[in-house]
Design a protein around this ligand. Structure first.
Ligand SMILES: *Cc1c(COP(=O)(O)O)cnc(C)c1O
Length: 423
């Protein structure tokens, strides 16, 4: 395919990335991925399986947003959020590092040609075989929050640098708090620092995670304050000065991101203003993935009971919409006919009905939307779900023979893609 003229440096980098440049990228004239979805679906197409559209223009805009708000904080993308190879390749081309939690995630990132020093093995509790793997490929930075982890590291990867993962106090406002599972308590810090030091493992800094999708930006401030305490404790214990602060993830695109960015910058100034050589990094997952993916599903079944319309579609709670269970997400859907043409008489001012949308499996739990207003739709109509990039396909199953991992991803490019395709 030819190159696409763009107005954005980050988008240029993405489109030239190995892993992207040989793939077809559909340019969107009106900036909407539904436009592309429409163009992909030909009227007489018999296969109507679900598919994703990844908007590379959105990924580039998110990177630009990050760089304009917190340019000095380097992101290490949390691979667990969405491991679609094209997304990983695009982020690698932007100079983003990677947060990996397992051997398979490290392998996926290394396979892109990313070097091992761009990876943080950010799982405080690791299987020994995965630690051995990290040692063999040179991934030399990990997190810990328990003395047992130090024993394993000493045995299998004694040259690895450590970040002490502390519990962020204020994660109650997050959609998915991580505090119940991870992070050292303040009273455990001294012992954990001493134990690592005694084992000869360098503790180079502190990490935390305020919980995923937090709307409470002050959570970052209290966690940064707590991290400073750990830096001080290490000095008091006569350990080498720490130089890395990893502020984790929790971000999502939109106004909350700007608010979080301001809070973080203020807190860094307040608590770490006099630290020279401090390296601040982060592990955003949702921020780079959520809004970049749109899911197209097809109606495969219908039932009418009075006013009520019931539809079955070909993805559901055991597939992409597992995010409703595990990620406490709320999903929205629009009939494709309406997103691509809001003036379509099928949608505009047309009567809507209270509708239920079921997934394809034979479990009644597999219900995606209830009492949801939709026009009268038919079997083979398409339903489009926006913002489906975070914690969706990656956690889906093969239950009942509906294989989530088989859902393909097509590439599109919205807003920043301007000019003509030239061959
Ligand atoms: C899940 C996770 C992330 C990503 O979190 P988001 O809320 O998606 O940004 C980052 N770091 C660690 C250690 C995680 O477990």
């Amino acid at each position: 395919m030819g190159s696409i003229a763009t107005s954005s440096k980050s988008l240029d980098a993405i489109l030239k990335a190995p892993g992207v440049k040989n793939k077809e990228v559909i340019r969107l004239s009106n900036g909407k991925s539904t436009d592309f979805i429409q163009s992909f679906i030909s009227p007489n197409q018999e296969v109507r399986d679900p598919f994703y559209v990844l908007d590379l223009g959105m990924v580039s805009s998110l990177m630009d947003q990050w760089n304009s708000s917190i340019p000095s904080i380097r992101p290490f993308y949390a691979v667990k959020c969405n491991h679609e190879p094209t997304l990983l390749a695009a982020l690698a081309a932007l100079g983003v590092g990677f947060d990996c939690a397992s051997q398979a995630e490290m392998e996926a990132v290394l396979a892109l040609g990313v070097s091992a020093d761009q990876i943080v093995f950010a799982n405080p509790c690791k299987a020994e075989t995965h630690i051995k793997f990290a040692a063999s490929v040179g991934v030399n930075l990990t997190t810990y929050d328990s003395p047992y982890e130090i024993e394993k590291m000493k045995k299998w990867h004694p040259k690895c640098a450590l970040l002490l993962r502390i519990k962020a106090g204020d994660d109650g406002n997050a959609r998915c708090p991580l505090g119940p599972k991870y992070g050292a308590l303040p009273e455990e810090v001294t012992q954990l620092l001493q134990a690592a030091h005694a084992a000869g493992l360098p503790v180079v800094g502190v990490s935390f995670h305020v919980g995923s999708a937090t709307t409470y930006s002050l959570a970052y401030r209290s966690a940064i304050a707590a991290a400073k305490e750990v830096f001080n404790t290490a000095l008091q214990l006569g350990m080498p000065r720490m130089r890395t602060l990893n502020i984790g993830g929790g971000f999502f695109a939109g106004p909350h991101f700007e608010e979080a960015a301001v809070t973080i910058k203020d807190a860094l100034q307040l608590y770490f203003g006099n630290e020279t050589d401090l390296e601040v990094v982060s592990e955003p997952g949702r921020f780079f993935a959520e809004t970049a993916f749109t899911l197209a599903t097809c109606i495969i079944g219908k039932r009418v009971r009075g006013e009520l319309r019931e539809y079955w579609i070909n993805d559901g709670l055991y597939g992409s919409m597992n995010c409703m269970l595990y990620d406490h997400a709320t999903v929205t859907a629009t009939p494709l006919a309406c997103t691509s043409d809001p003036t379509n008489p099928k949608c505009n001012g047309v009567k809507t009905y209270p509708s239920t949308v079921f997934g394809p499996t034979c479990d009644a739990l597999d219900t995606i939307l209830t009492d949801y207003q939709l026009p009268d739709l038919q079997v083979n109509d398409w339903l489009v779900f926006p913002n489906m990039g975070a914690y969706t396909a990656c956690a889906g199953s093969k239950f009942n023979g509906f294989d989530t991992s088989a859902i393909p991803t097509y590439l599109a490019c919205s807003d920043p893609c301007i000019g003509q395709e030239n061959n």
